[in-house]
Design a protein. Sequence first.
Length: 445
Amino acid sequence: MSFMTKLESSMERILVPIATKLNAQRHVCAVRDAFILTFPLTMAGSLMVLINNVLLHPDGFIAKLLHLGDLIPNLADYQAIFAPVLNGSLNILAILIVFLIARNLARSLGADDLLTGLTAVSVFFIMYPAAVDGNITMQYMGPQGLFVALIIGLIVGELLSRLSKTPKLEIKMPEQVPPAVSRTFKILLPIIIVTVGFSVLNFVLGKVTNGGGIHTIIYNLLQAPLTKLGDSIVSVVVMALVSNLLWIMGIHGPNTIAAVRDTMFAEPNAANLAFAQANGSAWGAPFPTTWALVDGFSNYGGSGCTLGLIIAILIFSRMKDQKDIAKLSIGPGLFNINESVIFGLPIVLNPIFIIPFLLVPVVNLLIGYAAIVVKLIPPIAYGVPWTTPGPLIPFVGTGGEIMGLVVGIVCLAVSVLIYAPFVIASNKAAAKSQEEGLNADTETM
């Protein structure tokens, strides 16, 4: 029996039963289905990011390749055509998710799903940072506010659904009252209890955090361990893992750790670039270990090296919905935009894809680091636009070293190989869930 066969067998024995049970758990279902329902919007937003950063940005990969900045005056000004799509998709993703999670959970509990979802949106803004000089920030309405949206959606969905079934809290209206009016009065008291309760909680948290609220608490909890990391391969691996762990919870990992990451690695990156410019080569750059390792070897297709996942799905998956998402995502994925995969597949809270999403970047990081240590390639010293197709990043970043391209291709191949058995396991888990669903339907007939 080959190694791959043994691995597939082990995962089928261990992961598939776990995934099947989790897929039937109502909170997991509520979150999973919420992200699936937002897929068309996240896909639209991802495509606009692709157009604006690859074609309409002077430093975009295709824009630089075709010298579009020279051919089209004020090229970046045309980003204003497509930017509003982001405001109606990725930039309000947390609002959409908090509504859908609460609605899905209420539906599974037999409660009023629409009013529960609307109440969750209300609570989300009750807990939102206060306006400054009359202006409310959009910072936490998008991916950066998703973790809070997940918490609020689940709590409101569970709490309001249970309170609405308490007879003593129900206001019964006469039969002649229109159904829509009667529906709202039926759970009026539970809605008041939930919204006022969260308002009191927000007041208390604001006092504790000097006005920052729940978002500040979560940010500080994430930032504290990051600030203690030093500049080494261990710190790079740990920060990459933290970034991807945040994605798994639905939080935009790179944006969340950006302040700490940029502070830690700005000086080494600048020193490497200065050395390369002064010597005309990246060989001998003083800092071989920087965040450039992550972009250079483990972010092909975006965080988690999801370009490898897309390729693995296209080769090994038999599920039509997975293949459809992969086909739609391969274009943005080539330029390292992967919201459509993270929220559409989804990877968020997916018990099977969590493991390779964390494992693949670490393996590729170590491959790239080893190639630098043994002097197969020089350190990545030159700045490379983040939309550059994956394997080309170490090639361009090392100053055109052909072995950089070879190592990049090896990393992409490794990511496909690691993702492949998990793709196969996800197919088997889905088939088993479907079979159990059919058996349950048969028994109830």
